[in-house]
Design a protein around this ligand. Structure first.
Ligand code: RIB
Length: 308
């Protein structure tokens, strides 16, 4: 049976320019390509989870504008349930301006618009979807107050929460202590612990500090160093998939979406991290946050070829 995943978070339209190298402050560089595509950390996680076979309910807001329509259509095309994606006439749909260099690395600036209106009331309206979920996925592009409310609500109903602490910002321990799995990258881990993460050893130290704050398990996403699970049982490192990245935008979101799917299906943490790491690696081989999200078949093909 398909796992049930509820995602509470942002939905954006991404404007991406592909470049040979990033500009410096004050410099103009000429790009080699441009695309407009669906994005937003919440929506990216939702689409990743849906492509991997989960029943996905999205809780989000879009503006009453052409971009909002594009995002609603895109959710539907990808099989994401949109009953709780609310149209908001008070601001614009969230947008992101993204630069991607020839190594697939990115720089992102977000204008959140209606993301900032995603509220406790929106979450209340989605009570049934949250209660009925096997896993709830959250990120930090909506108000922290709404994130905290959702964590508390899911915790009271014993629904595990996977929180991607991006964009990096401080999170109260009262919230962290109710999070089942936290998935920071190096920058986010440093913001939350003060530990500069440059090696697997640093990642372990940061992960342990987060466990001390009450998080159930920590999975650090480490780019070309793969992923590190830190929990009560110890550490478990999974190397990055050996691929040549074209665009890493949304790879972290793909990781969390896939992790949510695996946990919703009852996989243990180690197997879930291997599954998520494979999906995230594959997602970097195509451009666009959501266009790059792999299908279940693609992920299983890689997992099978590694097993033989
Ligand atoms: O994580 C990638 C996402 O961050 C992009 O899709 C962009 O919209 C920003 O939210």
């Amino acid at each position: 049976m398909a796992g049930r995943v509820a995602v509470v978070g942002s939905s954006h339209v991404d404007f991406t320019i592909l470049l040979d190298k990033m500009p410096k402050v004050g410099e103009t560089v000429v790009g080699k390509g441009f695309r407009v595509s669906p994005g937003g950390k919440g929506a990216n996680q939702a689409v990743a989870a849906a492509r991997l076979g989960a029943e996905v309910h999205m809780v989000s807001r879009v503006g009453r504008d052409a971009f909002g329509k594009l995002l609603l259509d895109n959710f539907r095309i990808n099989g994401v349930r949109t009953n709780h994606v609310f149209e908001d006439p008070e601001a614009h749909t969230g947008v992101a301006f993204i630069l991607v260099d020839s190594a697939g690395r990115n720089m992102i600036a977000v204008a959140p618009g209606v993301d900032l209106h995603v509220s406790k009331e929106d979450v209340e309206k989605a009570s049934e979807a949250i209660r009925g979920a096997d896993v709830v996925l959250l990120q930090l592009e909506i108000p922290l107050e709404t994130v905290a409310y959702t964590v508390e609500k899911a915790w009271k109903q014993s629904v595990p929460v996977v929180l991607t602490p991006a964009p990096a910002q401080p999170i109260p321990e009262s919230v962290l202590s109710k999070v089942s799995v936290l998935t920071p990258n190096e920058v986010e881990a440093e913001m939350l612990t003060g530990v500069k993460v440059q090696s697997l050893r640093d990642a372990t130290v940061a992960g342990r500090k987060l466990l001390e704050k009450g998080v159930g398990s920590v999975v650090l996403t480490l780019g070309d160093k793969g992923a590190l699970l830190v929990d009560e049982e110890g550490e478990f490192h999974v190397p990055a998939l050996p691929v040549k990245p074209v665009d890493t935008t949304g790879a972290g979101d793909c990781f969390s979406g896939a992790l949510g799917v695996a946990l919703a299906e009852g996989l243990n943490m180690k197997k879930a991290v291997v599954f998520a790491n494979t999906a995230a690696g594959l997602s970097t081989t195509k451009t666009g946050a959501q266009e790059g999200m792999p299908t279940r078949k693609e992920v299983e093909h890689v997992l099978k070829s590694k097993a033989t």
